[in-house]
Write a protein that binds this ligand. Structure first.
Ligand SMILES: [Zn+2]
Length: 61
């Protein structure tokens, strides 16, 4: 584990990553979780694909 750098010039670093597949998602890290899509309390940020794979099943495909 590396310590997080403060000087984040990296644009990619400003985005959240999916806790499941670790892909970058189109949500900024400083976005309030209330306004995030595919965010699951207790689990974290998911991407569209993982969210639907994990939760769409319950809806019955
Ligand atoms: Zn994912």
């Amino acid at each position: 584990m590396q310590p997080e750098k403060k000087d984040a010039q990296d644009q990619g670093d400003a985005y959240e990553r999916c806790v499941c597949c670790h892909r970058r998602v189109d949500i900024f890290k400083n976005t309030d979780i209330e306004f995030r899509a595919f965010y699951v309390e207790g689990a974290g940020q998911l991407c569209y694909g993982c969210y639907h794979e994990l939760y769409a099943q319950n809806a019955g495909g």
